[in-house]
Write a protein that binds this ligand. Structure first.
Ligand SMILES: Cc1cc2nc3c(=O)[nH]c(=O)nc-3n(C[C@H](O)[C@H](O)[C@H](O)COP(=O)(O)OP(=O)(O)OC[C@H]3O[C@@H](n4cnc5c(N)ncnc54)[C@H](O)[C@@H]3O)c2cc1C
Length: 391
């Protein structure tokens, strides 16, 4: 599979046109003001982007994972904050409810999420438990037919917007016979008494993306707000993260492409010593290297997305997707960081000035190597997939 279908490419053009017309003119301002553009979310919904994976009964298109990656790549090419808003909105917000929710939970939450009238968030990371998500400290105790939640989550995307409707939260709900924690997932609606959202973080990048710490102090939700199977919370979230990693790979691909395109233009139009700077092998070869990594990131991302679609159709296994997702994510995110370094170098001093988009991409790239599993964790997953006895 070396090219996407005509339908995918037609869809790509629609998202690209939207990103260029509606996102590009505003990104510099949103970034400077560190403002989450909540008004854009319903527009993304109207375009059908939040409903790409959801069935028609919830307002979706029942589409494929590849289309979601195309949309994230094209939004990410213009702005990473908007790309992650969609990626997290679908992959971490809608996907857990779609995959593990009861009919009642789907009916309650999905129509607004799919339409872009609401956003959902995914609360796994805690101040004391990130990569080691099994060390979750947040607790939920069943008291008189209600879960009482106490604890804290850190760095949760889309969790504090004015339209955030619900956060799925992992919590210890007991202890297994072997002494390990029983971890389950609960749906905690925004506005639940005892559930508070911290002020937004001051971040290195992703300034227009919404990220908060969350606190739970005696927050009560009905017993029926358990998402999926009791005790399967961690396994469910790890499966969701495999898909999310493919989406992050697509986001990284969009960023690396944007850097390559901007640097190509600069290398042909900027002159020094009486010739375009791209006439120097030192510049030309560095862009040749970025072009190689963009192509490799593209192939890895869409191979993983294709495997995901094949798995959804029952023709491939979850283990194959897990391995391909980790490989795509670690490669594309590291390629993106390298691409920003090359592009800012090609821009010289201008690359260090915020007027140039490569400066924003430089700041935005680093999180790609951290979010949804760090590069080290991806290597751990890949090594385990190879059957190595790595700890
Ligand atoms: C802007 C932003 C948005 C985010 N959005 C979300 C979200 O929506 N939902 C959510 O749940 N989380 C979210 N996260 C959290 C993110 O997924 C975590 O930050 C990430 O998984 C790393 O966890 P940590 O920060 O606790 O780092 P740690 O786990 O403390 O890791 C610190 C360092 O140690 C390394 N390390 C840890 N264990 C090992 C090991 N066994 N072998 C080798 N190296 C190791 C790590 O790779 C890393 O380099 C977000 C983070 C940010 C910054």
């Amino acid at each position: 599979m070396f090219e996407l279908s005509k339908d995918h490419e037609d869809f790509r053009r629609v998202v690209r046109d939207f990103a260029v017309a509606q996102v590009a003119p505003n990104v510099d301002r949103w970034d400077r003001e560190a403002r989450f553009p909540v008004e854009l979310v319903p527009q993304l919904g109207e375009l059908g982007l939040f409903g790409l994976l959801a069935p028609e009964e919830y307002g979706g298109h029942g589409g494929d994972f590849t289309s979601l990656c195309v949309a994230i790549e094209e939004l990410g090419r213009v702005d990473q904050s908007i790309g992650i808003t969609l990626s997290a909105g679908v992959g971490l917000g809608i996907n857990p409810i779609l995959s593990f929710g009861t009919t009642e939970q789907k009916d309650r939450w999905l129509p607004d999420l799919v339409a872009g009238r609401a956003l959902a968030a995914f609360g796994l990371t805690e101040p004391e438990a990130g990569s080691d998500a099994g060390s979750t400290r947040t607790r939920a105790e069943l008291v008189d037919g209600e879960w009482v939640v106490d604890g804290a989550k850190a760095f949760i995307t889309n969790s504090g917007t004015s339209i955030t409707s619900v956060v799925s939260v992992t919590a210890r709900t007991g202890t297994r016979p072997d002494g390990s924690a029983e971890i389950s997932t609960l749906l905690v609606p925004a506005g639940t008494p005892g559930f508070t959202v911290d002020p937004p973080y001051r971040k290195l990048g992703w300034h227009a993306s919404d990220t908060h710490g969350l606190h739970f102090s005696g927050a009560r939700v009905p017993e029926a707000d358990l998402l999926g199977t009791r005790g399967r919370g961690l396994a469910q979230f790890l499966a969701i993260l495999d898909d999310g990693r493919i989406a992050i790979s697509a986001l990284a691909l969009g960023l690396a492409r944007a850097c390559l395109e901007a640097a190509q233009e600069q290398a042909t139009t900027r002159a020094a010593f009486g010739r375009p700077i791209g006439a120097n092998q030192g510049i030309a070869f560095s862009l040749a290297d970025v072009a190689v990594s963009v192509e490799a990131a593209r192939l890895l991302t869409y191979k993983a997305a294709w495997l995901k679609d094949e798995e959804r159709a029952g023709r491939r296994t979850a283990a194959e997707v897990k391995q391909a997702a980790a490989i795509a994510k670690v490669y594309s995110s590291e390629a993106a960081v390298t691409a920003t370094r090359a592009a800012t170098q090609v821009f010289g001093g201008a690359g260090f000035i915020e007027d140039s988009p490569v400066a924003r991409f430089y700041r935005d790239a680093k999180i790609l190597e951290i979010g949804e599993g760090t590069s080290e964790i991806q290597r751990l997953v890949i090594a385990r997939g190879l059957g190595l006895p790595v700890l």
